[in-house]
Structure formats: structure tokens, C-alpha cells
Design a protein around this ligand. Sequence first.
Ligand code: SAH
Length: 233
Amino acid sequence: MPNADSLEIAKFSRNAHYWWDLQNEFRQLHEINPLRLSWIERHVALAGKTALDVGCGGGILSESLALRGASVTGIDLSERALGVARLHLLESGRTVDYRLASAEDLARQMPGAFDVVTCMEMLEHVPDPASVVAACSALAKPGGHVIFSTFNRNPKSYLFAIVAAEYVVGLLPRGTHDYARFIKPSELSRWARNSGLEADELIGLGYNPLSKKYRLCGNVGVHYLMHATRTSS
Ligand code: SAH
């Protein structure tokens, strides 16, 4: 049994046709994409690197990694999301190798294969996120880069990421997130450390409801990214 929640996969499959619709369901992912891409590039020059995008969905991040010159593989367990991702390549002219696979399965097939592993907005949708973290680590080369993003778990994140985002401002469709699956940076750091990763930077993703803009910021209370390096052992 893969480490996956079939209801979550069904949710991402049901709305797969919206992946590249800038005004709909996945608008927030398009809006944060330039920020997360620039942050990744602060840690690693992507040109010529092998990159794996875990839980790639319709390929928003995968395509931008490819545009920066990385040789990109994208994996997801939603066939419909992957179908949309492959179709979009015809439009964009970019190259990404999309595969239906879990991180754990690919880690058994291709250990230590990638310079860069990204796993964005995905850990909070799986039953055993520590297992995905371990697989991401196993997939990275020694010295390779592993980048996660997810939501913190505390009263403030409940208020902002669930109540405000889903019910008041309507940034995200209702039911997008399950608060109980949000992850504290301390938990993510521990799973990373236990998997041979050294977590070396955290950064917050903030949203300003007045300007309706996201920005990278020092506050990791709600939504954050983590960069980690695969240790050589
Ligand atoms: N990483 C992308 C998409 C995030 S949405 C981005 O940030 O732009 C979360 C994605 O994770 C969905 O496409 C969903 O199908 C996928 N997903 C959920 N559980 C998964 C699992 N166990 N293995 C692989 N992909 C999974």
C-alpha cells in the first residue's frame, strides 16, 4: 500500500482540469511559484542539474525548474494531474519526465539519483509525512538539495490558513487542508535529521490581504519552506 490518502488523491484528480487555470483552484500555487523558485535558486544553480519534483500535480513547479535548465522528473499519484501535466508540455514546449510513482517507490528504484529534490505543498496531504521526507532524502545525491514547503500547526495557522483562507477570504477552496496534518518546523527538522538531512534554512511565506500579494518573510508561523542538504553518510 502506498503512503497515500485516496481521498486526497481523488480531490486533486477531480479538479485536474484547473491546474493551469490562473484564476481558479490552483491560483495560489501559481502566485507563490516565482517566490519559491527564486528561493530554490538562492541555494542551487539549476542549469544542468537533475531535479525531482515529488507530488508535482499539474507541473507548475516542475515546468519552472525545467525552464531554468534542470533535467526534471515529476512524480505524483494522481493520474489525472499527470495527464494534465503531460498535455501542458505540448503547449509550453518544455521537457519533463512525468511518472506515476510514490516517493518511497522511486527511492527504491533510483537511490541517490538527484541533485535537487523538491516536495512542495504535499507533506500535509499524506498519512505518513516522515516516510516521504526519508524517501526524498534517499533520492538525493550526497550533498544534494532537498526543499520542502508546508503549513505550520498552531492557533495562528489554523486562523489564517483554514478559517481566513478557506472561509473568509476564499483564497483556497473549503476542505483544501486538514489542520491535524499541518507540520511544525521542529517536526519537519526532526524527520529530516533522522533521514540524513541537515536542515539549514527556513523561510516564511506571508500573504498580505490588502495588496493580495505573497512574499518571502522571516515569519514561519503559518506557511514555510525548508532547505536541507543531504549529508554524505
Ligand atoms: N507540488 C505541487 C502540487 C501540490 S498539490 C505544487 O506545489 O505546485 C499536492 C499534490 O500532491 C497533488 O498533486 C496530489 O495528487 C499529490 N499527492 C498527494 N499525496 C501524494 C502521495 N502520497 N504521493 C505522491 N503525490 C501525492
